[in-house]
Design a protein around this ligand. Structure first.
Ligand code: AKB
Length: 321
């Protein structure tokens, strides 16, 4: 059984990954950690430690205390917040990655999962069915950190035999924990507002198409990649991963099938420029060939699930208040 540490376990993907890894490896083999106690569901779900991803010793102490051999580094500053705090985004995203890569290089841990993003691509990248290997000239700080991070992952693998694995996540849609600071966050907010207000004012324009994925698919992909035999993981920078692509208009049309009087308006802000620099759809054939990646949720199935789960959640919180 691997002994797993999740850094950034209180976040949107980190929290769901924590619960999934506890199911797979047993709660006693999974240590959740974050910079604070903000996600009480995660804090109270088993072993929890305060770990500062920017502090090498903070991570190392936790690794030694719990005999950790695998780290999932989920702490990061995303695209929209990164544009407001460029140096903070650079420091957090790069320092944390170097710390875990060096822990592996120095023999303290055996395996790393580090998420990359579609943000590695830029305005000069082909936007339709974006290939695995193509022009990458990211224009956001977040995208730059992810692109540089990919280079370092591949370097540490080739030079020091570090077993690091990575996925370029598209926008991830989920109902348990809110995302924070991303450009694709609109596709989560829209479901909340559809239930609460029957109206959503979108910060992207109606025809902005972006690659997206339901959380269950993202978690399955992550787990499958980490469980794949090392020789099947042929790409050590990061794998393209696709599932669905849609625009604010198409997601609103899908929501209207469930909530006919739902209305969407558009007030594009600085995030529009970020979205315009990213691909519309992704060629993920390498992931499908190398470790059998397959997605399950399309827009229809995801919308039904999001509205069902969020409807229950808001009903429960009304009953309890
Ligand atoms: C963001 O919007 O910044 C993230 C991402 C695509 O990596 N969700």
């Amino acid at each position: 059984m691997p002994k797993v540490l999740i850094i950034g376990a209180g976040g949107q993907i980190g929290s769901e990954l924590t619960f999934k890894l506890k199911d797979i490896h047993g709660s006693e083999n999974v240590v959740a950690s974050d910079i604070g106690y903000h996600n009480l569901e995660v804090v109270n779900s088993g072993i929890f430690e305060i770990v500062d991803a920017q502090d090498y010793n903070s991570i190392k102490i936790c690794v030694e205390k719990h005999n950790i051999d695998t780290i999932y580094l989920m702490a990061a500053m995303l695209s929209a917040t990164g544009e407001k705090y460029p140096m903070k985004a650079w420091d957090l995203n790069m320092n944390s990655l170097f710390h875990v890569l060096n822990l592996a290089k120095d023999g303290f841990i055996k395996r790393i999962f580090w998420p990359s993003s579609i943000a590695v691509f830029g305005p000069t990248t082909p936007t339709e069915n974006t290939p695995q290997h193509t022009i990458m000239e990211p224009t956001t700080v977040y995208g730059i950190t992810k692109q540089v991070g990919e280079r370092w992952c591949e370097y540490y693998h080739k030079k020091y035999d570090v077993d690091v694995r990575s996925i370029r996540y598209p926008g991830i849609i989920s109902w348990k924990t809110m995302p924070g600071g991303g450009t694709t966050d609109y596709a989560v907010e829209i479901y909340h507002q559809a239930i609460l207000d029957k109206h959503y004012d979108c910060f992207l324009s109606e025809h902005t198409e972006l690659p997206m994925m339901f959380m269950d698919d993202a978690i399955n992909a992550t787990v499958n990649l980490m469980q794949a035999p090392a020789e099947q993981v042929k790409i050590r920078s990061s794998y393209n991963l696709g599932a669905i692509s849609f625009t604010p208009l198409t997601i609103s049309e899908e929501i209207k099938k469930h909530i006919p009087d739902f209305k969407i308006t558009y007030s594009p802000d600085y995030r529009q420029q970020i979205a315009d620099s990213w691909p519309k759809s992704i060629d993920d054939s390498a992931a499908r060939e190398d470790w059998n990646w397959n997605h399950e949720f399309n827009l229809e199935k995801m919308t039904t699930e999001m509205l069902k789960q969020l409807g229950r959640k808001y009903q429960d919180s009304e009953i309890n208040s």
